[in-house]
Design a protein around this ligand. Structure first.
Ligand code: NDP
Ligand SMILES: O=C1OC[C@@H](O)[C@H](O)[C@H]1O
Length: 358
């Protein structure tokens, strides 16, 4: 058996998600741990900010290795001791950050959405292929043991019999008008909008539960959609997926105007239904199977100390150890599959980013 890999991370940006990621990786143990992680370097727009981030999230964990602290992202890319760069900037910077890291020969785990549109993502993947580095979208939810169990029950054990429909809603109550103009929830230049931020999870739930394959082998569903747009920012999206080969339908909704109800997802099939719950669709904790014949319900609960970012991080460490350039759970083609669905949704409602070609 291969030794447990060690991954030395370079963290790019010191915002909310970087803090959660770093705190998780500095935990000593978690369920099904498959790798060890070192926070090797941190880069920020300012050295002061970087130091303050490290004092808050790294120092209290007393790690054996103290990270190098930088007042720029480039120094992280250039740090010879960094195996993989984690990118936690707002969406609109992902492409630039990825290209810079690739240029320096670094492997990458980049936050969701991987880019503003599929064209941007293709550019990054082409550069990664050319340079021979690993790149993955940090779609953490897909790496939860809950998801793996659910997919096995649905697609291998046929727990629901013939799958008919999936409903998933991700709602957050965000008073966008009260936020500063520079907020990533408000500024279209930063990729603001409910679809790319949280609608991506509802679409992913539709794909994961209705379609057994991922990436290149997966069916691309027909899509219809509408969006509500206020001040150039979509605040509500409904995306309907239709898989021609099976007739399965996904009703995938999201909004920043209202917190979603719980359970947040319902899967229907010929043998019954499954309700999925957790704090948000990004972080599911349990699901319950209700048989159609009125038999006894079956509940599945999953332990999750911390936030649960280590599962994706472990997967990256294992891929790097094995010399893989893509991850099987979140391959490049799957990132493109989701982005092209979201491109279509935005095209239909006319929500454009400055970089969109249409
Ligand atoms: N997987 C998940 O569950 C989550 C994923 N995300 C994703 O992570 C990304 C970042 O989100 P989040 O951490 O909430 O964002 P924050 O606004 O909290 O932080 C973003 C950081 O990016 C850096 N940055 C660089 N340029 C800018 C700029 N012009 N405006 C704002 N920030 C800038 C800053 O760090 P510095 O100054 O140090 O360079 C800033 O702190 C998004 O793409 C989002 O979709 C977010 C939340 C949850
Ligand atoms: O990925 C995310 O999940 C949780 C949300 O709060 C956040 O806005 C989003 O980026």
């Amino acid at each position: 058996m291969a030794e447990m890999p060690i991954c030395r991370w370079g963290i790019v940006a010191t915002g909310g998600i970087s803090e959660q990621f770093v705190r998780d990786l500095l935990m000593s143990d978690w369920p099904e741990k498959k790798a060890n992680h070192i926070i090797q370097a941190i880069g920020s727009s300012s050295l002061e900010k970087c130091k303050s981030f490290a004092a808050t999230c790294v120092t209290p964990a007393k790690p054996a290795v103290q990270p190098a602290l930088y007042g720029s992202y480039q120094e992280v890319y250039d740090d010879k001791n960094v195996d993989c760069v984690y990118i936690g900037t707002p969406h609109s910077f992902h492409k630039r950050n990825c290209l810079d890291a690739i240029e320096a020969g670094k492997n990458i785990l980049c936050e969701k959405p991987f880019a503003l549109n599929a064209t941007e993502a293709e550019e990054v993947f082409a550069a990664a292929k050319e340079k021979g580095v690993f790149v993955m979208e940090a779609f953490w939810t897909r790496f939860y043991p809950l998801i793996k169990t659910l997919q096995r029950l649905l697609h291998e054990e046929r727990k629901l019999g013939t799958i008919y429909r999936t409903f998933c809603d991700f709602g957050l109550d965000i008073d966008i008008s009260s936020l500063p103009e520079t907020s990533r929830y408000k500024d279209p230049a930063l990729g603001a909008g409910s679809l790319l931020d949280i609608g991506i999870y509802s679409i992913t739930w539709g794909l994961m539960t209705l379609s057994p394959e991922t990436g290149d082998n997966a069916e691309q569903p027909d899509v219809s959609s509408t969006q509500t747009v206020i001040d150039g920012v979509d605040v509500a999206s409904q995306v309907l997926l239709h898989f021609r080969s099976t007739g399965r339908q996904g009703i995938c909704t999201s909004t920043t105007t209202f917190e979603c109800m719980h359970p947040f997802a319902r899967l229907e099939g010929s043998e019954g239904r499954i309700l999925v719950d957790g704090s948000t669709p990004s972080s599911p904790r349990s699901f319950t199977f209700y048989p159609k014949d009125g038999g006894k319900e079956e509940r599945y609960e999953f332990e999750k100390p911390g936030k649960g970012f280590w599962w994706e991080a472990d997967a990256v460490a294992q891929d790097l150890q094995a010399g893989r350039k893509q991850n099987q759970t979140m391959p490049w083609a799957e990132t493109l599959r989701v982005l092209s669905i979201m491109d279509g949704v935005r095209k239909r409602s006319g929500t454009r980013f400055p970089v969109d070609a249409w």
